[in-house]
Design a protein around this ligand. Structure first.
Ligand code: ZN
Ligand code: ZN
Length: 392
C-alpha cells in the first residue's frame, strides 16, 4: 500500500474499549472486577515473531504480547505471511517515523484458533486472512460505504499504527499469532493454495480495487507497469476480467513471463521505439512502480480518456506531469490504495473462482534480511512468503 502515515488518529482509547466490551449487564461486583482489569488492560497472550529493532539492525526473533480475544475478536495461528515492499519501506525507515521494534507483515493467512462470543462468521479451524487494516471507526461516511481504507477518523494499520487497545504500536504478520476484530478478517474459500493466497491480501486488493473502480472489462486494453509482487498479480486479475493485457517493465528478463502470467505481450519502457510504437494504445495503465519515475512515457501510451493509476508505494519526491498530453486527449493521472473489507472478500472469492494466486518463493523467517535485499535488487519471481508454521 502507498501510505502508512496518514491513518494514525486516536478515535477510541483503550480503556473505553475495554469497558464497552465488558457489556452493560454486569452486576456491581463484576463491574468492579472489570474496572480493575480495565486499569491494567485486556488479557494478553505470549506471541513471537521477527522484528527489526532499528532501521539497520536486521531481523531477529522477538517476543511480545497479543491481546486475548474480546467478544468481537478472532485469534489466528499464522501459517504464512507475504513480504510486501511496504514492509521494507517501514522496517528500513524509508518512510520516516517507523516505531521500533517493528514487526511488519500485512499479507497474513492462518487458521482460526479461537473466537469471541459475538463472532458469527468464523469458528476454530477455519482458514482466515488479514490484510493491511485491523480496525477503523466504523461510522464515518467512508466506513459506511465499505471503504474502510479511507476512514475519515483514521483506520488502524496492521503494523506500525497506534494500537488503540493494547497501547504502543501494532505488530504485523511476521509472527505466530494475531488477534483481529472479525470485521477485518477475510474468509479463504476451500482448495486455495494457502501460501500462494497470502499475497492477495495486499498485492491482490491493491490491483483489483482500481480495476473495479475504473471498470476494467472484457476487450479493454490494459498495461500493467512494474512487474513485481503487485504487478504480476495485477496481470492475472486484468486477464481474468477479460482485458487484453501488456506487461510494461524495465527488466528485459520479465518479458518472457508475459504469456505465463496471462498477458498478450510486453514492452520495455526504456525502449523509446517500443513506447512510440504503442502510443495511444491503452484504456488503462496500472502502475505498481514503487519509486519516483517519469510518468509521461506511460501517459503517451494511453488512448483518449485513458487513465494512469498509481498504486506503488512511492517515495516522497514529487513527480512531474505535463498538462498538454492530458488535455488534448482528456487523459487522467490518478491513484488508489488497497480496498475496503467487502471488496477484499470479493477479490479473494474472484481469485478462487479464477484460479489466481501469487507466484512465490517460500522462505524461513531467519532469511528475511537476504530476502529484503533481493526484493530491492528486483530479484524475486514474484513474492517472498514466510512459512511461519515452520519458523516462528
Ligand atoms: Zn503491502
Ligand atoms: Zn471511519
Amino acid at each position: 500500500m502507498a501510505d502508512n502515515k496518514s491513518y494514525t488518529c486516536d478515535h477510541h482509547e483503550a480503556t473505553r474499549r475495554v469497558v464497552l466490551e465488558s457489556g452493560m449487564a454486569l452486576g456491581a461486583t463484576a463491574a468492579l472486577a472489570q474496572n480493575a482489569q480495565a486499569a491494567v488492560g485486556p488479557k494478553t497472550l505470549p506471541a513471537k515473531g521477527f522484528a527489526v529493532k532499528a532501521k539497520d539492525s536486521g531481523f531477529a526473533p522477538f517476543a511480545f504480547k497479543r491481546r486475548d480475544v474480546g467478544p468481537k475478536d478472532v485469534l489466528i495461528d499464522v501459517l504464512y505471511c507475504g513480504v510486501c515492499h511496504s514492509d521494507i519501506h517501514t522496517a528500513w525507515n524509508e518512510w520516516p517515523g517507523t516505531h521500533y521494534p517493528c514487526v511488519p507483515g500485512h499479507e497474513v493467512l492462518g487458521r482460526v484458533l479461537k473466537t469471541g462470543k459475538e463472532v458469527t462468521r468464523f469458528k476454530a479451524g477455519d482458514i482466515a486472512a488479514v490484510g493491511c487494516l485491523v480496525d477503523s471507526c466504523g461510522h464515518c461516511p467512508s466506513c459506511a460505504e465499505d471503504l474502510e481504507q479511507f476512514c475519515e477518523n483514521g483506520a488502524t494499520l496492521t503494523y506500525d499504527s497506534d494500537d488503540k487497545i493494547l497501547g504502543g504500536h501494532t505488530y504485523g504478520g511476521y509472527s505466530n499469532l494475531i488477534t483481529v476484530t472479525e470485521h477485518f478478517v477475510v474468509k479463504i474459500p476451500p482448495k486455495m493454495d494457502l501460501a500462494r493466497t497470502a499475497p492477495l491480501l495486499c498485492a491482490g486488493i491493491t490491483t483489483y480495487s482500481p480495476m473495479r473502480h475504473w471498470k476494467v472489462t472484457k476487450g479493454m486494453k490494459v498495461g500493467i507497469a512494474g512487474i513485481g509482487g503487485l504487478g504480476h498479480v495485477g496481470v492475472k486479475i486484468a486477464a481474468a476480467l477479460g482485458a487484453e493485457v501488456s506487461l510494461i517493465t524495465t527488466t528485459p528478463g520479465k518479458l518472457a513471463d508475459a504469456a505465463k502470467l496471462g498477458a498478450k505481450d510486453g514492452l520495455l519502457v526504456t525502449d523509446a521505439a517500443a513506447v512510440k510504437a504503442n502510443a495511444g494504445r491503452y484504456d488503462f495503465i496500472l502502475s505498481t512502480i514503487p519509486q519516483h519515475h517519469d510518468v509521461m512515457p506511460y501517459v503517451s501510451m494511453l488512448r483518449r480518456d485513458g487513465v494512469y493509476v498509481m498504486v506503488g508505494a512511492l517515495d516522497g519526491t514529487p513527480m512531474q506531469v505535463w498538462g498538454p498530453p492530458l488535455i488534448v486527449q482528456r487523459k487522467s493521472v490518478a491513484g488508489s490504495v488497497i480496498g475496503g473489507l467487502k471488496e477484499t472478500q470479493e477479490m479473494v472469492d474472484f481469485c478462487a473462482a479464477n484460479g489466481i494466486a501469487a507466484d512465490i518463493e517460500l522462505i524461513a523467517g531467519g532469511n528475511l534480511d537476504a530476502a529484503y535485499k533481493r526484493v530491492k535488487a528486483k530479484d524475486v519471481r514474484y513474492r517472498f512468503v514466510i512459512d511461519l508454521a515452520k519458523t516462528a
